[in-house]
Ligand binder design. Structure first.
Ligand SMILES: Nc1nc2c(ncn2[C@@H]2O[C@H](COP(=O)(O)OP(=O)(O)OP(=O)(O)O)[C@@H](O)[C@H]2O)c(=O)[nH]1
Length: 237
């Protein structure tokens, strides 16, 4: 009977030890999860019909959509990418180009934005001329000059219909301190080029915003991280 009692006690100790181990594991995994889920918000801006939805679809879904409709308000698409061993969520905000579908949402587009992609259609000079208006709208919403911006000329597959010469677009991009990408959301051979639009921004953001985890607070047994940013220049792109 005495032996049985000892065994019972040992069993209780083992259970206690097990529950401590699993709570430690739980805390570690929440910590890892928090570290791994940095989100970069990138907004895509430009005239209606230039191909914003198709570009974001190509990047996040890897294909060209069979059919698209005018975006109303905003569509969110996300893609997890790995940069230098860190998994980052790139959250792409595909905004409406038509004024009537964007009015009430504009404030939300620009709030806490990390990077901006301006898109024009290489076969429509008007969409290129209107870029100035889109840039003014962006500046008018207090988007800091340190927020990276890139320029994308889409629909390059329509080679016979090109209206915007590359040198004109390059000059404009240079004067606004932006990189220029001329590409096609439709042409599958361009898919890597489309990816590089978003990846180059994600790399720049990762290099700019390296996390310093200052405080690890415990609340109700859960780990909460407080993050700060520091400037670094170790982007591999
Ligand atoms: N040839 C060609 N057509 C494209 C390309 N990208 C988009 N399109 C077509 O252009 C049209 C408009 O594309 P969307 O992606 O819906 O345009 P958008 O800029 O999101 O338009 P809004 O939502 O109204 O702002 C669709 O008919 C697409 O199939 C491209 O690279 N090449």
């Amino acid at each position: 009977a005495a032996e049985e009692e000892v065994e019972e006690e040992e069993g209780t100790d083992n259970e206690a030890a097990q529950s401590i181990t699993s709570s430690v594991e739980l805390s570690t995994s929440s910590l890892e999860l928090s570290i791994q889920t940095r989100i970069f918000k990138i907004i895509v801006i430009g005239d209606s019909n230039v191909g914003k939805t198709c570009l974001t679809f190509r990047f996040t879904g890897g294909s060209f959509p069979d059919k698209t409709e005018a975006t109303i308000g905003v569509d969110f698409r996300e893609k997890a990418v790995e940069i230098e061993g860190e998994t980052i969520k790139v959250q792409v905000w595909d905004t409406a180009g038509q004024e009537r579908f964007r009015k009430s949402m504009v404030e939300h587009y620009y709030r806490n934005v990390h990077a901006v992609v301006f898109v024009y259609d290489v076969t429509k000079m008007a969409s290129f001329r209107n870029l100035q208006t889109w840039i003014e709208e962006c500046n008018g919403h207090r988007v800091s000059a340190s927020v990276p911006r890139v320029l994308v000329g889409n629909k390059c597959d329509l080679v016979d219909q090109i209206q915007v010469p590359s040198n004109m677009a390059l000059k404009f991009a240079d004067s606004h301190n932006m990189l220029l990408f001329e590409t096609s959301a439709k042409d599958p051979r361009e898919s890597q080029n489309v990816d590089s639009i978003f990846m180059s921004l994600a790399c720049r953001l990762k290099a700019q915003k390296s996390l310093l985890y200052r405080d690890v607070e415990r609340e109700d047994g859960r780990v909460r991280l407080t993050q700060e940013t520091e400037t670094k220049s170790n982007c591999p792109c």
